[in-house]
Write a protein that binds this ligand. Structure first.
Ligand code: NAD
Ligand code: DAU
Length: 337
């Protein structure tokens, strides 16, 4: 049977990739996208569906009970996937309020509506950051949560609140915790698109601290496949780690970018470290692997494709790299060398 998806934050990076992924599937009846269009939300990401009857965009806030209720009443969604969030760690360090509001209170508003109206699956998109940092080994779903910055703490709050709605009210919640995504449509404040676009403009690449912090990189399309997989094969009340299996130091990613673009390493600038900078994220993904999911994209190729996408879509990122963010990062990070 064809399904109706209620997507929140569908104009952002992962959300818009997920909408593209859904719109290619015949068994999708309708995609309803509720997005507040913060600085990170870009309707241009989904412009091609402006006149598509299967796609419905609603401009609004997930904290707005009235709008959320109206969507449940009008569209009767089968599945809700909550991507909407303030997502950038540096911004959460500078100004945490919006993170608490959207990431926690917004999730609460959606969960309350789901409790009242009912649906088949409520997918809460959480993050590997909720576990905190790990020097060696990898986190399992059963490990304690030790978030260390306001962004990851607000995501941990939403993660556990979603679980509580399953345990208490039997809302069919599933929680996913993915590692660092990369791919098209990522706002150029995050490491990869910031460094690619800076390098293209021969501007410095500000590496925090010693550049040796480790992240696990997951191609965004693999993440989208995993979410769909979890909707179909996952068990309610469960948490699933979703990792790419590509752990790299930031300086290694930086060198890959410079090499692919044919730019010199002299563009690297070591700058003050992020406050409370998590040293390493690492996920054990056996639980999802046992169900049958594995990433299909190979990092060495997918990172080149990603860099080429930004190279070919200057019209997409150039308007985003204006005043606000540049001012922000100029005042927050002083150059060390
Ligand atoms: P993003 O910042 O690119 O997009 C967020 C989207 O949410 C934007 O379209 C924005 O307009 C919208 N939004 C923000 N506040 C809203 C509100 N109150 N109401 C409605 N819409 C609102 O984020 P992203 O990188 O695509 O991340 C999406 C989700 O995935 C987030 O929940 C994030 O925590 C999680 N996540 C991200 C990564 C990653 O590497 N980017 C990894 C794991 C998990
Ligand atoms: O791990 C999943 C998380 O990945 C998501 O939950 C977050 O929403 C997403 O923003 C991302 O968080 P990170 O903090 O890991 O991503 P970011 O791209 O901001 O930084 C990646 C690494 O690069 C991190 O160690 C900080 C470093 N960095 C980042 C920027 C923007 C730099 O050295 N210089 C920079 O200018």
């Amino acid at each position: 049977m064809k399904k109706t998806y209620f997507i929140t934050g569908g104009c952002g990076f992962i959300g818009s990739n997920f909408v593209h992924y859904l719109m290619e599937q015949e068994l999708v009846e309708r995609v309803v996208n509720l997005d507040k269009l913060t600085y990170a939300g870009n309707p241009a990401n989904l412009k091609q569906y402006d006149n598509d009857r299967r796609y419905h965009f609603i401009h609004g806030d997930i904290c707005d009970k009235k709008i959320v209720e109206q969507i449940f009443d009008q569209y009767k969604p089968d599945y809700l996937v909550n991507f909407a969030a303030e997502s950038h760690v540096d911004r959460s360090i500078g100004k945490p309020e919006d993170f608490i509001q959207t990431d926690i209170f917004g999730a609460f508003t959606l969960l309350e509506a789901a409790r009242k109206h009912g649906l088949e699956r409520f997918i809460q998109i959480s993050t590997d950051e909720v576990y905190g940092s790990i020097v060696s080994g990898s986190f399992r779903e059963t490990d304690p949560l030790m978030p260390r910055n306001p962004y990851s703490a607000s995501k941990a709050g939403a993660d556990r609140l979603a679980y509580s709605y399953y345990a208490t009210y039997k809302v069919p919640v599933i929680i996913t915790r993915a590692s660092n995504n990369y791919g098209p449509y990522q706002y150029p404040e995050k490491l990869i698109p910031l460094f690619v676009t800076n390098a293209m403009e021969d501007k410095p690449l500000p590496l925090y601290g010693d550049g040796k912090n480790v992240r696990d990189w997951l191609y965004v399309e693999d993440h989208c496949r995993a979410i769909q997989f979890v909707i179909e094969k996952g068990a309610v009340g469960e948490v699933y780690n979703i990792g790419g299996g590509n752990e790299l130091m930031n300086v290694e990613i930086t060198r890959t970018i410079l090499e692919h673009l044919g730019k010199p390493e002299s563009l690297i600038r070591y700058v003050d470290d992020r406050l409370g900078h998590d040293r390493r994220y690492s996920l054990n993904c056996e639980k999802l692997n046992k169900l049958g999911w594995r990433p299909v994209h190979v990092f060495e190729q997918a990172i080149k494709d990603t860099i080429d996408w930004y190279r070919e879509h200057e019209d997409w990122w150039r308007p985003l790299k204006t005043g606000e963010y540049l001012e922000y990062y100029k005042t927050h990070y002083k150059t060390l060398s």
